[in-house]
Write a protein of this length. Structure first.
Length: 292
């Protein structure tokens, strides 16, 4: 037991003194910031101020660049920078998703801004982000909100007047959705499932199916919450739930919904990838290694 405590304290002291991994030591032993309910209410207020986001792709087919868990530090962000370059140079209609844990520790959002150029986000931006636990822990929600505005929102794609796909971003950074967010999701799906979209996609950070113990207790929602959430997605014909957090690709089909976990984008992990989703009548996923 003493060895475990000593090892923990050694890691804490080492990382606390590192420029790349600055930690809020007090935050490890006290509440780490605003709860999911508070973040949800502030997100709804921001969404009301911005208005609905409808992206005209000018055709039925388009692509989505998708990555997760970049965990960038002040000096380590080569993979994320590569991902952004590939996305920006891609031809044709497109958008991009980052599935959370953009940064590794507090004070690293300026480094993220240098890669994503996220300052002053506009309504017509096509790069969408969902928060991970590393993004909001240690009282970082106000900083995250200053860059992205909202952690819960929806947008859709269209071809002129023809609706294509609906995307719903959920805040699972704490490993739970909370009562207010679930009520909002239930009402939104009840409405939008009747509007003629060819598919509905939800995306968030935390994965639902714990096939290993790599993320320990932050791996999934409580059993009852998982049952309620998965039943809701199945009820309204949601086709996909896209997420990260596990740092290992995984695909589980449950009640007709594809739950896909993405690899990581973190520089220090080998064998990782991002994906290009070719969006048409069917979704075709192309996984691309960062270190071919």
């Amino acid at each position: 037991m003493k060895k475990h405590i000593l090892g923990f304290l050694t890691i804490v002291l080492f990382t606390a003194c590192s420029d790349d991994f600055p930690l809020d030591i007090a935050g490890m032993f006290s509440p780490q910031g605003e709860t999911v309910g508070t973040r949800f209410r502030q997100s709804m207020a921001y969404n009301d101020s911005v208005g609905e986001i409808h992206l005209d792709m000018h055709q039925d087919d388009y692509i989505i660049y998708i990555c997760s868990d970049s965990h960038i530090t002040r000096t380590r962000h080569a993979n994320l920078a590569y991902f952004i370059r590939q996305y920006e140079s891609a031809k044709g209609p497109k958008l991009a998703l980052h599935l959370g844990d953009l940064i590794d520790a507090q004070k690293n959002f300026p480094a993220a801004d240098s890669v994503l150029r996220i300052g002053g986000r506009a309504k017509d931006d096509t790069l969408f982000v969902t928060p991970g636990n590393h993004d909001i822990y240690f009282h970082q929600w106000p900083i995250y909100k200053s860059f992205f505005g909202s952690s819960v929102y929806w947008f859709d794609t269209n071809n002129g007047d023809k609706k294509l796909d609906l995307f719903i971003c959920l805040d699972s950074a704490e490993g739970e959705l909370g009562k207010d967010q679930m009520q909002w999701l239930r009402s939104l799906l009840a409405q939008k499932s009747q509007e003629g979209y060819r598919r509905i996609i939800t995306f968030s950070h935390t994965h639902l199916w714990k096939l290993d113990n790599s993320q320990e207790y932050t791996s999934n929602m409580a059993l009852e919450a998982t049952y309620e959430f998965t039943s809701l997605l199945a009820q309204y014909g949601v086709e996909y739930y896209w997420c990260g957090h596990q740092h290992a690709r995984q695909n589980v089909l449950y009640k007709g919904v594809n739950y896909i976990v993405w690899d990581a984008t973190k520089d220090t992990e080998s064998g990782q990838s991002y994906a290009i989703a070719h969006m048409g009548e069917k979704v075709e996923l192309e996984f691309i290694s960062y270190n071919p």
